[in-house]
Design a protein around this ligand. Structure first.
Ligand code: VG1
Ligand code: CO
Length: 547
């Protein structure tokens, strides 16, 4: 390992940028914004300035491979060295999926990690980039940390960086960068090993050997190499089971969001004549998942509920669950499973950072969000491939098809019809006007169509572990039969505002479980639009994306 003692630390003057405020999951902006001189540097220095005790410690670094990933990795390496980190573990090529980064942080006792991703947002020179900081537990920094980082970005006057050539990111091994070691690691190995420790790989191997077929759409994002290694190489799924497996800086000009609209290649395969037994997709940074059966869509809320009810079938969860946690807008299907299992079901605001304390304190084992996010206490991020493997394990153990498993679940617990309608690219003021209008409605006791309002409020969360309070986390209109409408503004977008409307209705009668979600929710959908005065206030009549 060569040492280069001559490398100099430069202290570069800088001035604050407006708006470096992390949202639901890190700071996301257009690439062009990040490319402004000092923009990325200011934010990274603000992360370091708000942390204590990292001198000589390890930082984990990687991203989803999108446009600007490599450049940003080089900057962060030089800044970490200039700020006194002892070591940076970086995925080869600058690649690490979000769950893999969480796994590596925990496994090697790192001080924290920086993940470069704008997740499901498109990539490319005119699209989005993002950065988020994860703490030693491996999860997204909690709000008090992100707030401190934001406060620091408003005061910053300089940052520290080395003046030196770029590091070779493509060779596994160690090089010196000033007084710091850069360790390029295989991005897949540690993660794949963790998966082997949780699931019955022999049973899944037998399943594939006996002819079970899967189509996994990596959407040209980060999970390609992970899925090829685990599904095809280690588990023996036939070659070609992974489609769009090569990570590309612009995700092949696609939208790496695993839903019925954006994962169109997969949906076509699964609804086609020779459909395989299971379909799955993941997002830009590998933390989301969509699960499909033959001609059958599993809503993410149902997926969490089914996995919770069947988790004991996977070796890593054989001892049972300590609790389930779901984000507030996620359907209440998991609550029914928790009740049956006699364990708590926690309701948190949107965003994985709110699950960290519950997982650390042993209050929950499985977590999930309606936005195609599922995970467990094995890491501190949601985990797309983990969910796929969990489903494979359940299918192998039960010997039933995906749709049979879900239909059986509905028969036992009832069905929570569920849908989310997104209105993207709204005028920010109009969107805020909708929320303000909803906040001021007094609806309790009012009859609307066949529903009666039990209460409405703006969701506020008090963390049961540290008592931190998070207010204004979404408007809830809850009806006396348990049906709900929820309204939120997205915190991950980079242009205009996105209004998300979530609708849910419980149907206990098995005779009525065969409807389409949109049909079953038609009345609630109309009420939701009406209450919010969508057409009048936004000029829109139909949502941009329905999931
Ligand atoms: C969205 C989802 C939320 C998820 C977040 C990050 O946030 O609704 O459930 O945690 O994205 O996911 P918002 O604020 O736009 O609704 V990921 O995979 O984009 O990091
Ligand atoms: Co993601």
């Amino acid at each position: 390992m060569a040492t280069e003692p001559s490398i100099k630390v430069i202290i570069r003057e800088s001035t604050p940028f407006e708006g470096q405020k992390p949202g639901t999951s890190g700071l996301r902006k257009k690439v062009k914004v990040f490319q402004q001189p000092h923009y990325l540097e200011n934010f990274v220095q603000s992360i370091f300035d708000t942390q204590e005790g990292f001198e000589g410690q390890t930082l984990v670094l990687g991203g989803d491979g999108r446009f600007y990933n490599r450049e940003a990795v080089q900057v962060i390496l030089k800044m970490a060295a200039a700020n006194g980190f002892g070591r940076v573990m970086v995925g080869r090529g600058g690649i690490l999926s979000t769950p893999a980064a969480s796994c590596v942080i925990r496994k090697y006792g790192a001080f924290g990690g920086i993940i470069l991703s704008a997740s499901h947002n498109p990539g490319g020179p005119d699209e989005d980039f993002g950065i988020k900081y994860n703490t030693a537990a491996g999860g997204p920094a909690p709000e008090k940390v992100t707030e401190a980082i934001h406060a620091r970005t408003r005061q910053i006057t300089s940052y520290r960086i080395l003046d030196c050539p770029d590091v070779d990111l493509d060779q596994i091994g160690e090089t010196a960068l000033g007084g710091m070691v850069v360790q390029v690691i295989d991005p897949v190995e540690d993660y794949a090993e963790l998966m082997e420790s949780l699931f019955d790989f022999d049973a899944i191997r037998t399943l594939f050997h006996d002819g079970f077929r899967i189509c996994f759409d990596a959407m040209h994002a980060v999970t390609g190499p992970y899925a090829c290694e685990i599904l095809e190489k280690r588990l023996g799924a036939v070659p070609g089971s992974v489609i769009n497996g090569k990570p590309l800086p612009d995700f092949g000009q696609g939208h790496p969001d695993p839903n019925l609209v954006h994962a169109h290649d997969l949906v076509a395969v699964m609804n086609g004549p020779a459909a395989p037994d299971m379909g799955a997709a993941s997002d830009g940074d590998g933390d989301r998942n969509m699960i499909l059966g033959r001609n059958f869509y599993v809503t993410p809320s149902d997926s969490l509920a089914v996995l919770a009810a069947n988790a004991h079938l996977a070796p890593g969860y054989a001892e049972g669950l300590k609790g389930i946690a779901r984000s507030m807008p996620t359907s209440q299907a998991p609550d029914r499973v928790a009740e049956a299992l006699g364990i708590p079901c926690w309701e948190t605001p949107t965003g994985w950072k709110f699950f960290g304390n519950l997982l650390d304190a042993g209050k929950a084992t499985l977590c999930g969000e309606e936005s195609f996010g599922t995970g467990s206490d094995h890491v501190r991020e949601k985990d797309g491939l983990w969910a796929v493997l969990m489903w494979l394990n359940v299918v192998a153990a039960r010997g039933e098809a995906i749709d049979e498993i879900v239909r059986g679940h509905w028969r036992q617990y009832g069905r929570n019809y569920y849908s989310r309608h997104d209105y993207e690219g709204l005028d920010t003021e109009a969107a805020e006007g909708v929320m303000e209008h909803l906040r001021n409605l007094a609806l309790k006791g009012r009859r609307i169509g066949s529903f009666e309002v039990a209460f409405n409020d703006d969701f506020s969360y008090t963390d049961p572990v540290d008592g931190a309070v998070s207010k204004k986390q979404g408007i809830r209109v809850v009806f006396t039969d348990g049906s709900r409408i929820v309204y939120r503004l997205s915190g991950t977008g980079t242009a205009g505002a996105t209004l998300r409307i979530y609708m849910e209705r419980y149907e206990p009668d098995p005779e009525k479980h065969d409807q389409d979600n949109q049909d079953a929710l038609a009345e609630l959908i109309a009420i939701a639009k009406d209450l919010a005065e969508i057409s009048r206030r936004t000029g829109r009549d139909t949502p941009t994306v329905i999931t």
